[in-house]
Design a protein around this ligand. Structure first.
Ligand SMILES: [Zn+2]
Length: 468
């Protein structure tokens, strides 16, 4: 059924507009927008959306199972804790989570994402095998853990780009996987067969908001020859397939790449000649200026997760260089230490302030409001990274938006133009009152209907994991 909404104030591509009537198709796509007063008087069923309405945020990088580790790796484990010591704890959890646990964890996580303003998510998923090490297939002939993620997205209503991830080696030079990495393993043939079945199932069933892409875990985990082979094979099947990869997160990884190949990792990846506008490079923390300009020139997006990069002590991303090169910068919740787009974007700006001892560093002459500029650009880049028609409130895009309550103390006295500044810099995330995905209201009066059940399911899953 076609539905109509009247938005009190909407952030459209041309700016803030009052009294916008939006027509949404049965599959959730915005067909038309008008500010014509006669449209409001035309009668019929029109659902009013009160407050300040802004595009929902795509979360361009998530590992759902890591939600079970949040808060549990913040005590000293070694004299010099690092990403690499954290990874031991992460693998310990990864090896205890089964498909039912994963569904429960992802269900709570996706509820939390919707409450925070993320309306879609790219799930970078490498937990393929069962706890016994088997290639356990669920429906559609794909691993049962892929089904678990899709079921959690379906149940909660969040948009999903599932990125099954190829993971074949422990380090450069095809070092064999360690025992605690065996669940991530697939042969190229197993991987391509399962992806082929997933894509065929996507084509056979109408599931608005759900799509499939792929990821290569990293240059450590997949050889450049295999990346070329898999990318070429899948490009022929689906030209616009989203492809993600972790790259240049750690200095140790940069040094290992240089030793193995003679090149830095981003440079090495770009030389393969496969990166295009459907690629998303995750982190790029340790990049040269030339590498960042080359990524922007290739049309690829970069996804940062400031909360995770801070939590793991990775380093600073060079935001100003990438922006100056017109690069698209998306955000993600990654290790789920916090699940909050306002925190990602606030700290993107705060990193610049602390380093430069200035304020409003990421504002521009065209968009003086830091909050508005950051939100809009991250939403558009995130849409590209997910390969989904989201990221702005416009005809042809999906009706994913969030409504902020102007009477909430965090927004009191704010004009629409400053609403996103308040959201990012004045604790405004609690002003997110309603969230819509594909025109369907999934959050009402700050709450998701599954909140209590999802929290109970999550606690039960953690108890099962801890007992093993
Ligand atoms: Zn990651």
């Amino acid at each position: 059924m076609r539905r109509r909404y009247r938005l009190d104030w909407a952030l459209l591509p041309r700016g803030w507009v009052r009294d916008v009537t939006v027509t949404v198709s049965p599959s959730g796509t915005i067909e038309a927008l008008t500010t014509d007063a006669s449209a409001h008087r035309a009668g019929g069923d029109v659902e009013r959306v009160a407050g300040f309405v802004v595009p929902g945020m795509p979360n361009a990088h998530s590992h759902a199972f890591q939600r079970a580790l949040a808060g549990r790796a913040e005590a000293r484990a070694a004299a010099r804790d690092s990403f690499w010591t954290w990874r031991h704890a992460m693998y310990a959890i990864a090896n205890e989570v089964d498909a039912a646990d994963l569904r429960a964890i992802a269900t709570l996580l996706f509820v939390e994402m919707l409450e925070a303003g993320y309306t879609s998510v790219a799930e970078f998923h490498y937990l393929h095998r069962g706890r016994g090490g088997g290639w356990d297939l669920g429906s559609d002939g794909t691993p049962a853990t892929w089904d678990a993620i899709r079921a959690a997205a379906r149940d909660t209503g969040i948009g999903l780009t599932l990125l099954p991830t190829l993971y074949q080696a422990a380090d450069f030079g095809a070092v064999p996987l360690r025992p605690d990495q065996q669940r991530f393993r697939s042969t190229t043939t197993e991987f391509l067969d399962a992806i082929g079945r997933r894509l065929a199932a996507d084509r056979a069933t109408e599931a608005p908001g759900m799509r499939t892409g792929i990821a290569f875990h990293s240059l450590r985990a997949v050889s450049i020859e295999t990346i070329r082979e898999v990318a070429a094979h899948l490009r022929a099947l689906e030209p616009a397939l989203p492809v993600h990869i972790h790259v240049a997160e750690q200095r140790r990884e940069v040094r290992a790449c240089e030793r193995a190949t003679g090149a830095r990792p981003i440079d090495w990846l770009l030389r393969a000649g496969v990166v295009d506008e459907h690629w998303c490079l995750v982190h790029c923390t340790h990049a040269t200026r030339a590498e960042l300009v080359a990524v922007a020139d290739a049309g690829a997006t970069i996804c940062v997760s400031i909360s995770t990069e801070a939590n793991l002590g990775d380093g600073f991303f060079d935001t100003l260089t990438f922006r100056a090169a017109q690069g698209g910068l998306a955000i993600g919740s990654d290790s789920q230490s916090t699940v909050d787009p306002t925190e990602e974007l606030r700290w993107l700006e705060y990193q610049q302030r602390l380093r430069r001892r200035r304020r409003n560093v990421l504002a521009t002459a065209e968009e003086p409001h830091v909050g508005t500029g950051l939100w809009r650009t991250a939403a558009l880049a995130g849409a590209r990274a997910l390969g989904q028609p989201v990221g702005e409130i416009a005809a042809g895009r999906r009706a994913d938006w969030i409504a902020l309550d102007p009477s909430h103390p965090a927004l009191a006295g704010a004009a629409p133009e400053a609403a996103l500044d308040h959201l990012l810099f004045a604790g405004g995330r609690h002003a997110i009152r309603e969230v819509y995905v594909a025109g369907r209201r999934v959050l009402t009066e700050h709450r998701h209907p599954l909140r209590a059940a999802a929290a109970a399911g999550y606690r039960e899953a953690l108890r099962r994991i801890d007992r093993r």
